[in-house]
Design a protein around this ligand. Structure first.
Ligand code: 4NP
Length: 198
């Protein structure tokens, strides 16, 4: 006959093993699903950064890396919070078969520095605004976006995405082309520096 202390002993042992298994599963899950996160930033989050967001998200998806690389975008300004991308940015993207109409503008927040590995600015003005917000603890990469084009073998002549908001429609085509090249380079860079472990 099994003694009461024996039952208790088995119960405690079972709980210990079960807890150990749960925590080892948790460690495994954390190790198997680390993410690289990228935040694209411009002024209004309705022209350049949503274009970058949409293009990069599509490249990531096509490479089968969604779930591994997280993508978002934001503006340093607050004027367009809650709005869809500018119609001209949406038209330039749709002309190349990319729908960015689901994106909604938001403003950069301090917690973005805790949550993103790459915070990439479209121009130097955006970058200096971000540098003012940067907490000393931020260990990620804060910089301009376009220089990443070099990782796709196509360094660009400019390192800033020009603000197309007050310009003509052609400006949006130009933004799209610059951003697409840098997005390809960024994906090559991330694939090289953050290889997927499983
Ligand atoms: P974005 O373009 O920074 O690429 O989204 C702009 C959008 C709105 C304004 C300026 C730039 N604005 O002055 O409202």
């Amino acid at each position: 006959m099994t003694s009461l202390s024996g039952v208790l002993y088995n119960h405690v042992l079972y709980r210990l093993l079960y807890t150990a298994q749960l925590s080892s599963n948790r460690c495994f899950a954390m190790n198997s699903t680390p993410q690289v996160s990228v935040l694209f930033v411009c002024l209004g989050n309705i022209c350049r950064s949503p274009t970058a967001h949409g293009i990069f998200e599509a490249l990531v998806r096509d490479a089968g890396l969604d779930g591994w690389i997280r993508v978002d975008s934001a503006g340093t300004g607050d004027w367009h919070i809650g709005k869809s991308p500018d119609k001209r940015a949406m038209a330039a993207a749709l002309g190349r078969g990319l729908d960015i109409g689901h994106l909604i503008a938001r403003q950069v927040r301090p917690s973005d520095f805790d949550q993103f590995d790459y915070i990439l600015a479209m121009d130097r003005s955006n970058l200096s605004n971000l540098e003012r917000m940067r907490p000393p603890s931020f260990a990620g990469h804060l910089g301009l976006f376009l220089p990443f084009a070099a990782y796709a073998g196509q360094p660009l002549e400019t390192d800033e995405v020009p603000d197309p908001y007050y310009g003509e429609a052609g400006g949006f085509q130009h933004v799209y082309e610059l951003v697409e090249q840098a997005a390809r380079g960024l994906l090559a860079h991330i694939s090289q520096h953050h290889p997927r472990s499983i």
